[in-house]
Design a protein around this ligand. Structure first.
Ligand code: AMP
Length: 186
C-alpha cells in the first residue's frame, strides 16, 4: 500500500536530500509547499504574488490559503495511487487538523537537528536570502508553530523522531528503519 507520510525538519536539517531519497525509496509523490510557492512566485500567479512577501520575511502564509493549496494537490489522481511525502506542511496545529480531516496520514517523521546546529550551517552557507535576521525569523516561526505541530502528531501516536546529524546515507537508513518498523509489512 502507498505510504502517506509527513516530514518535519528545520531549514538546514538536510530535509531536501532525505526527501529525494524517501520519495524514490517509497515511490510516493513529493509534495513540498515551499517548492510550490516558489514556483507560483516565479510564474507570477496571484498565489505567488501573495506568497512572496511572506516568504521574503520568513513568515508563514495564512492557514486557509495553505490548506487550499495542499487540498488541490492531494486531489490529483497520482496521490491516491502512489501515496505522498508532505514536506513543509503542516506547519501549524490548524493545518495538521485540516490535513487529517482530508486524508489519512500513516506517520509523521521528525528529522531532528538542533536549532544551534542549523543556524550555524545556514550562516556558513552565506546565501543572500539567509541573513541572520531571516534565519532567526524562520527558526522563531518553527519554534512557535511547528514544534507544537510535531507534538500534536506525538499525541496522536503518529510520530517518530530521527536524529538528523550524521552522514546522509546513515540518516537515510535510520529513516527507513523507523518508518518500516511503524508501517509494518503492508
Ligand atoms: P520552505 O521551503 O518549506 O521552508 O517554505 C518556504 C516558505 O514558504 C516559508 O518560509 C513560508 O513563508 C512559506 N510556506 C511553506 N509552507 C508553508 C506552510 N505549510 N504554511 C505557511 N507557510 C508556508
Amino acid at each position: 500500500m502507498a505510504a502517506r507520510l509527513v516530514i518535519f525538519g528545520r531549514q538546514g536539517a538536510g530535509k531536501g536530500t532525505q526527501c529525494e531519497f524517501l520519495t524514490r525509496h517509497y515511490g510516493a509523490v513529493h509534495i513540498s509547499t515551499g517548492d510550490m510557492l516558489r514556483a507560483a512566485a516565479a510564474s507570477g500567479t496571484d498565489l505567488g504574488i501573495r506568497a512572496k512577501s511572506y516568504m521574503d520575511a520568513g513568515q508563514l502564509l495564512p492557514d486557509d490559503v495553505m490548506v487550499g493549496v495542499v487540498q488541490e494537490r492531494l486531489d490529483l489522481p497520482d496521490v491516491a495511487e502512489l501515496g505522498f511525502l508532505l514536506d513543509g506542511f503542516p506547519r501549524t496545529v490548524p493545518q495538521a487538523e485540516a490535513l487529517c480531516a482530508l486524508v489519512e496520514v500513516d506517520l509523521a517523521v521528525n528529522l531532528d537537528v538542533a536549532e544551534d546546529v542549523v543556524r550555524d550551517r545556514m550562516l556558513a552557507r552565506g546565501r543572500a536570502d539567509d541573513t541572520p535576521e531571516i534565519i532567526g525569523e524562520r527558526l522563531a516561526a518553527y519554534a512557535a508553530q511547528t514544534v507544537p505541530t510535531i507534538a500534536w502528531f506525538a499525541q496522536q501516536d503518529r510520530l517518530v523522531t530521527i536524529d538528523g546529524v550524521g552522514e546522509p546515507s546513515e540518516v537515510s537508513n535510520r529513516l527507513t528503519a523507523a518508518i518500516d518498523a511503524r508501517l509494518g509489512s503492508r
